[in-house]
Design a protein around this ligand. Structure first.
Ligand SMILES: NC(=O)c1ccc[n+]([C@@H]2O[C@H](COP(=O)([O-])OP(=O)(O)OC[C@H]3O[C@@H](n4cnc5c(N)ncnc54)[C@H](O)[C@@H]3O)[C@@H](O)[C@H]2O)c1
Length: 260
């Protein structure tokens, strides 16, 4: 998929994976909509790129906000790539991961489970379907392709850890829907893929510990190389998926062999 004179959309574009992906897609010639709630980081990135990429304040929990981001991208050029890689707010009142039944014998609130699924699965489908609708209106390239959509799963979608029922259900949902969405969109010349990252040193860890502490804790769990992933390693794969028309309908584990 050639991105020359095209636009791209990256949800969570001001984040760790998202920021690295925005840079890689801009290098490929796309004007990128950096769709995120974090204005400072998003605007700084758009300014740094200086190629017509823009920050668009986007709340992934709000369909109208997603539509605004998609339409902004369409206004920059035909939308040919969408990378769905946002995080989201913790459930109101939640103190962190929670087991299905905790040590005090109390079950996880359904609202907390549903909130996690909303952020990581429902909103991902909302972006996927809205981006696909916009891509369907593109003139096909000589390859007969109109666009590509990349969602973000996790190794927790295969091997969830205690306290991750909602998160692993959502990420398993991404893995499950990818082939179906690819089949739905095939007649339109739109591909659907997903990446299942292992443990990467993104901003998600910054609020909890220093980079050195994160590496010391998580690095040894990785098979080889024994370190956390660099967000640019995600972005390199995302850019390759965009470029390689023969990748479709599957989820690629990007975890340096990590298994729990
Ligand atoms: N870091 C890892 O090890 C890892 C592993 C597997 C999967 N993932 C997945 O990667 C994705 C991105 O995570 P990351 O590690 O880059 O985190 P990150 O914190 O670096 O980036 C997440 C971005 O999402 C944005 N965001 C938060 N709430 C939002 C909202 N309501 N609307 C729009 N944007 C919002 C944040 O502002 C941030 O810029 C998530 O889906 C996560 O589950 C991460």
């Amino acid at each position: 998929m050639d991105l020359t004179n095209a636009s791209a959309l990256v949800t969570g574009g001001a984040g760790g994976f998202g920021g690295a992906t925005v840079r890689r897609l801009a290098q490929r010639g796309a004007k990128v909509v950096i769709a995120d709630v974090h204005a400072d980081r998003g605007e700084a990135l758009a300014k740094e790129l200086g190629n017509g990429s823009v920050f668009v304040h986007t709340d992934i929990m709000d369909e109208a906000s997603i539509e605004n981001a998609v339409q902004t991208a369409v206004g920059l050029g035909p939308l040919r790539a969408a990378v769905v890689v946002h995080g989201g707010p913790p459930a109101p009142g939640a103190t962190g991961p929670a087991r299905t039944v905790n040590r005090e014998g109390k079950r996880l609130a359904l609202s907390q489970f549903a909130h996690t699924v909303n952020i990581y699965l429902n909103s991902a489908f909302a972006v996927t379907s809205q981006a696909a609708e916009a891509m369907a209106a593109n003139e096909p390239l000589a390859s007969n392709q109109r666009g590509v959509i990349i969602n973000t799963a996790s190794i927790a979608g295969y091997e969830g850890q205690p306290g991750q029922a909602g998160y692993s259900a959502a990420k398993g949902g991404i893995i499950g829907m990818t082939l179906t969405v690819a089949r739905d969109l095939a007649p339109l010349g739109i591909r659907a893929m997903a990446i299942a990252p292992g443990t990467f040193l993104t901003l998600a860890y910054a609020s909890r510990m220093t980079d050195e502490q994160a590496q010391a804790h998580w690095g040894p769990m990785v098979l080889n190389p024994k370190r956390m992933g660099d967000p640019d390693e995600y972005a390199i794969l995302a850019a390759h998926i965009v470029e390689n028309d023969f990748l479709n309908g599957t989820t690629i584990r990007l975890d340096a062999g990590q298994r729990f």
